[in-house]
Design a protein around this ligand. Structure first.
Ligand SMILES: NC(=O)C1=CN([C@@H]2O[C@H](COP(=O)(O)OP(=O)(O)OC[C@H]3O[C@@H](n4cnc5c(N)ncnc54)[C@H](O)[C@@H]3O)[C@@H](O)[C@H]2O)C=CC1
Ligand SMILES: O=C(O)C1=N[C@H](C(=O)O)C[C@H](O)C1
Length: 269
């Protein structure tokens, strides 16, 4: 057990944080060596297992990331963009692999990740599941096979607590479609139509977001042509798929050269 890679989970009390704690401790492939939360979080100072309502795991939740990262071989981070860029610098300082699941990252956040990745391995993806990464590859291939007579729309649905839109997954799928079609997503992207929008612009890639209840995550890529439609769909019913993917990334990252990677690299897709 002592030889297994040590992992710190940031945002440990969150939906994904708790799923990661369960997945890591049950895996037999890694050790949970730290849990980080933000200042003021009620779990601070408590054993994470007990805070989750179970047996003690011997890991106390802290708001001081660097000493925790220094004990770890990897940090798995599903928090918020402002926190993630701070964690990237600290993980690089500690030479720990940083697995980033956080979505809603803007170009300025990516620039900070790029800077940290000069010294450390960073694996970042808007969706860590095998199914969605396969869907992205399929989207790229279908988009490459069809011309702009086929309208591309990405439709996503998530739980009522989600704070960013379009989802990180929707943007991944839109990026895959744009790459397949040989266009820049920034130029083709149309998001959140409302009012007298005019007719659809040929070649645009549309995004629509639904928010409600406890939907874990659903994504359709619609290719709408004259007289026919193709719909590629992924439905997540359990957050374990993201946690398993993130753990796989943390293990894969051990021994890789410093740099930016994604789940396609991890999964070899
Ligand atoms: N890439 C993927 O496969 C997936 C990505 N996500 C993304 O992960 C992120 C988190 O999602 P959820 O767990 O549903 O959200 P959540 O709101 O349940 O959890 C976020 C946690 O991060 C903590 N946090 C925020 N700032 C912090 C800081 N400065 N230091 C320490 N902890 C901090 C919060 O206190 C909270 O406990 C979102 O961006 C979401 O879109 C979610 C699922 C899958
Ligand atoms: O916030 C979520 O819950 C999810 N976020 C990711 C996203 O933005 O795509 C991944 C998954 O769909 C769940």
């Amino acid at each position: 057990m002592e030889n297994l890679p040590g992992i710190v989970v940031t945002g440990a009390s969150g939906r994904m944080g708790q799923m990661l704690v369960k997945t890591i401790t049950a895996s037999g492939k890694a050790r949970l060596v730290g849990c980080v939360e933000r200042a003021g979080n009620p779990w601070l100072g408590r054993d994470v297992g007990e805070a989750m309502g179970g047996a003690a795991l011997g890991v106390t939740v802290t708001d001081d990331p660097l000493p925790a990262f220094a004990r770890a071989q990897a940090v798995i981070d599903f928090t918020a963009p402002a926190a993630t860029v701070e964690f990237a610098a600290l993980a690089a300082q500690a030479r720990a692999v940083h697995v980033v699941g956080t979505t809603g990252l803007e170009p300025a956040h990516h620039a900070r990740l790029d800077a940290a990745a000069r010294h450390a391995v960073i694996i970042q993806a808007g969706n860590m599941s095998l199914g969605v990464n396969l869907l992205a590859r399929m989207t790229q291939k279908v988009a490459a096979a069809l011309d702009a007579d086929w309208d591309i729309e990405v439709i996503e649905a998530h739980h009522r607590m989600k704070v960013d839109a379009p989802s990180g997954t929707a943007l991944m799928l839109g990026q895959a479609a744009a790459e397949g079609r040989g266009v820049a997503l920034e130029a083709a992207k149309v998001s959140g139509r409302d009012g007298i929008t005019g007719a659809r612009e040929r070649g645009s890639i549309g995004f629509s977001a639904v928010r409600g209840g406890d939907i874990v995550g659903e994504h359709d890529v619609l290719f709408a042509g004259e007289g026919e439609r193709i719909i590629l769909r992924h439905v997540a019913t359990d957050r374990t798929i993201f946690a398993r993917g993130a753990l796989r990334a943390a293990l894969w990252g051990q021994g890789q050269k410093p740099g930016r990677y994604d789940m396609m690299d991890v999964l070899g897709l």
